[in-house]
Design a binder for this molecule. Sequence first.
Ligand SMILES: [Zn+2]
Ligand SMILES: [Zn+2]
Length: 274
Amino acid sequence: MRCSTFKFNGLMRSHEHRHPESGIEIAAIFKAKGIIKERLSKAETKLSNFILNFLNNCAPPCSCVLCAASCKSSALCPACLEKLPFLNAELCPQCALPSNDSGLCGACLSHPPAFDFSYAALIYAPPITELIIAAKFSGQWSLLPTLGQLLLQRVQAAPKPDFILPMPLHPSRLAERGYNQAFELAKPIALQLQRPIQFCLERKINTEHQARLSQTERHKNMRLAFYTQHNLAGKHIAIVDDVMTSGSSLHAAAKCLKQAGAARVDAWVLARAL
Ligand SMILES: [Zn+2]
Ligand SMILES: [Zn+2]
């Protein structure tokens, strides 16, 4: 009895103090186990959230994002696709703004932009505005392949470029968003037209955050916004972008490409602000 009590007490003491083989304090082992368990459960939660987000973003939607009708291969049902504000007017070939007889508009005649031709699929108006905002700022990038298909329809008959260049994002913006919407739009187009995608342009200045600058400073920023170290002699390049508003980003990008030798630069944009 005395002996067994001694053994029991000895066992208890070894649990309370040191592991018999490693000599590590038992309390420290339990503490470490607790920390590992807690960290593991946090990692598991993060992992399951990541998988859910991934599935949410990758799996084709089973209902139209606009009217909730069933549709399995696209984010929009055929009825909603048909009602989108397609840009069907007679357009200036250089800047894609409406013009008489599809001739060059007054602005392009007096101050031509650095890009040569513009192809715009839609008018930047509801519900395209909301869809682009959701795709860019709410992480709904699963909309972009459907929107890319719409741009593909527009550029299918356009002269084929040597390569497609998705409008680059500033690295800080790319890190914040996690994806470049122009690249996502360009993927189905490149695949279908069998043209390569090349990233030959860098964005040095984040021009999305310059609302507080004067107009002169904005123009200066835009002039210096892009950089390339590639020799683009004789290349025909199509820049893919989501929206063209004033066209100043596309102009600055095209100017940089032309200075590097590009022979022709086209703007392929999903939506045009009129
Ligand atoms: Zn619908
Ligand atoms: Zn024009």
